[in-house]
Design a protein around this ligand. Structure first.
Ligand code: HEC
Ligand code: HEC
Ligand code: HEC
Ligand code: HEC
Length: 208
């Protein structure tokens, strides 16, 4: 063996010598191995992390995001999903004027107590309702759908003659806890009037 090589080995041994491990070689081997293990572990955990992150994002969009598009909060947490959806109470039971007049109307509290005189009478929301009822103070329901003052809209012809469904204009009310506002712009009326061949000189009829 040439002397130079020996010297280099010596140098290397000295460089990598760690007293606690006895041999630089094993130390490096262990290091590489643990590093590899750690790396694998890290990869696995980051994999889990990515999956969790995706799941969280999906949950966010599925459960939380739509709530941002929920309509305004009402003074009493009344749910159309529960009443019209799950309990299948007819829209017209609570909005009886829909086919007879300009305005379907918001039900009187009396109508609520048709059922809530007996059902969940101790529910905090029902107690709140009770208070309004007993003191004869109307519930300040937040208005959701409206057209500008200069527009003349009447439910009657749309429901009685055109046989439209509430969902045509109000969306899937049955699935909503809190009703969402729909912005009734003029094209909303016109597009449908075009499709259904309803009157289009409408703007004589619809505007005051
Ligand atoms: C048990 C009674 C009840 C039933 C059944 C019911 N509603 Fe209502 N509705 C209400 C009450 C109370 C409000 C006011 C609070 C609110 O907006 O959630 C309301 C509000 C509304 C509004 C919004 C009015 C506005 O502009 O502020 C629309 C539209 C509506 N209901 C449509 C429907 C349709 C369509 C159905 C059937 C699928 C239906 N409702 C069934 C009680 C009822
Ligand atoms: C035809 C019967 C009926 C009418 C009318 C009715 N409800 Fe209900 N309501 C129910 C039933 C059934 C439940 C579910 C009770 C339960 O959870 O056991 C309920 C539940 C509720 C709840 C509790 C919801 C929750 O999150 O637990 C509220 C608040 C409520 N109703 C408000 C109203 C208001 C306000 C009106 C009037 C506009 C009304 N209800 C009219 C049958 C009715
Ligand atoms: C052709 C579209 C259209 C259809 C179909 C329709 N609505 Fe409406 N609805 C409107 C418009 C537009 C308003 C706002 C009216 C206003 O500002 O005067 C409104 C307002 C309402 C309101 C607010 C309260 C009131 O008395 O004005 C209720 C409640 C309502 N609609 C319930 C119903 C129900 C229940 C049905 C089905 C039986 C129905 N609507 C079908 C367009 C429609
Ligand atoms: C989803 C479809 C649809 C939408 C949305 C709609 N309409 Fe109509 N409308 C009709 C149809 C169909 C008729 C014809 C009814 C009939 O047979 O007399 C009609 C009739 C009318 C009439 C004539 C009523 C009469 O007394 O003869 C007026 C006014 C009117 N609509 C105004 C409006 C206004 C304002 C809006 C928007 C806020 C609107 N409509 C939205 C379908 C629609």
């Amino acid at each position: 063996m040439p002397a130079g090589t020996d010297e280099r080995h010596c140098m290397e041994a000295a460089l990598h010598f760690r007293p606690s491990l006895g041999s630089g070689q094993t130390f490096r081997g262990n290091m590489a191995e643990t590093r590899e293990k750690k790396w694998n572990l890290a990869l696995r955990y980051s994999g889990v992390g990515v999956v969790l992150l995706l799941a969280a994002t999906m949950l966010y969009f599925y459960f939380l995001y739509p709530q941002r598009e929920l309509g305004p909060e009402q003074p009493i947490l009344f749910s159309h999903r529960l009443h019209a959806g799950v309990k299948e109470i007819n829209c017209k039971f609570c909005h009886p004027f829909a086919e007879r007049s300009r305005n379907p109307g918001i039900p009187e509290l009396q109508k609520c107590f048709f059922c809530h005189e007996h059902i969940i009478t101790k529910h905090p929301q029902i107690l709140k309702e009770r208070q309004h009822y007993d003191t004869k103070t109307p519930v300040p329901w937040v208005r959701i759908f409206y057209v500008p003052d200069h527009v003349k809209f009447n439910h009657k012809p749309h429901i009685q003659y055109a046989k439209l469904d509430c969902t045509n204009c109000h969306g899937e009310v049955k699935t909503m806890d809190r009703l969402q506002k729909v912005d009734f712009q003029m094209h909303f009326c016109i597009t449908c009037h075009q499709e259904r061949k309803a009157q289009l000189d409408c703007w004589l009829a619809c505007h005051h």
